[in-house]
Design a protein. Sequence first.
Length: 455
Amino acid sequence: MRRSKLSYILVCILTLLLVFSGGLCGCGEADINQDGSGSDEMSKTISSTGKEDSAENGQVGSTLTDKSGGVIRIACWQKEPYLINLKAYLAETFPEYTIQFEYIQRDNYESVIDSQLSYNGAADIIFVTQKMTSKYARAGYLVPVTEACYPFTGEARYGFAYRDNVYAVPSVSIYECFYYNKDLYEEYGLSMPTSYDSFLSICDDINRSKPGRAITSGLKDGERLSNCALALLADGYFNTPKGQSFGLRLRNGNASFYEELYPYLLEWEKMIDHNALSSDLYLFDMDAAIHEFAEGKSVFLVAGPEDYNYIKSLCPNMNIGTMPYGSTSGNIPVIVGGCDTGIAVNKYGEHTEEALNIVKALASYDGQKALWRDSPGSKTYLTDVDFGMPKEFDEIKDVLDNFMFFPYNDWGDNSREVKVAFGEELQHVLLKKENLEEAMKKLDVKVQAIASGRE
């Protein structure tokens, strides 16, 4: 009896061991079958990327393993809704590659790319500004794309050139303007502004007696405040004999925001005094501002041509118009914008040759058209090519064709840092933390610190 009980216990133990070991074998086999390499977590990442990229091609369910060319990484500051046509073009033109876009927040973008390039961790393809291009070309990080850029205008080639070579394919133009809701404009019985002061009066009327607010904007990004101020300065101080040399003198340490710009910026400050730009907009990113506009809670939206498709996707039936910031001098308004986005190849990327082929394709007519379709109020810098623009931009077309420029591109190697500091100080004015005079005095100190490398 004792022997049979012992035998029973031994059989149970052996059975449990067999079941347990079989279970372990089964788990191991399942892991290998799921991703072909034993890493289930990695397979989920790759599969989701593959499906997302290929779903726009109509190839639902394809994964990285379907593509022989490998993964080409593209670093950019544009979010997913702003890349739809570019992604579709690349997927159709280069089906052998998986194109992986890596979004980096705009206000940290340059510093992140700086860091990544320093340890060879940057993407194969990098969206760049003019300033970034010259900096990275000087450091030897970029592959020349001079021949691919011959069809572009001299202005565009020069903007992305360093010494004798061009280092980035120019993308389409960028700028900021006011979008306005024509339906609300008609409902409220508003008239079109004939001057900067009349525009402020319209904002007063909306804020005082109409639902919602006059202007919405993503002022969490201080550069939107600086762009507005620069547009008014472009029509004001920068249009004077001394003002025209401001950038050159700033580069050499002989210009002052307080002494020179402060008196002219009092016109910009009126937008805060009239509550046209309200302090709560400091909490708004661009997405929040666009949603507020799309929901009919504001009459005006500060945005660019790259925002057009997203706006229309949220409110396809809204009648939209556009207008510039306005003129403080009675002249034709100026729009701050131009050719300041390029696409460059990382010399030390994992797929340099493949990346070079992709960037060269973006210099073609079809490549530029894909970029333009994601920003249909913009223009290409291909010589003698005009893709047109939606009718919503008719009201600012003459300004875009004749009165658009970037004042800060003349501010030297630290232009980006100075413009960011300018926007930050204007945010302090918006929040009533400083008055405009204090802000410009502090900005002069910051600019000196930036130039000396202390900030």
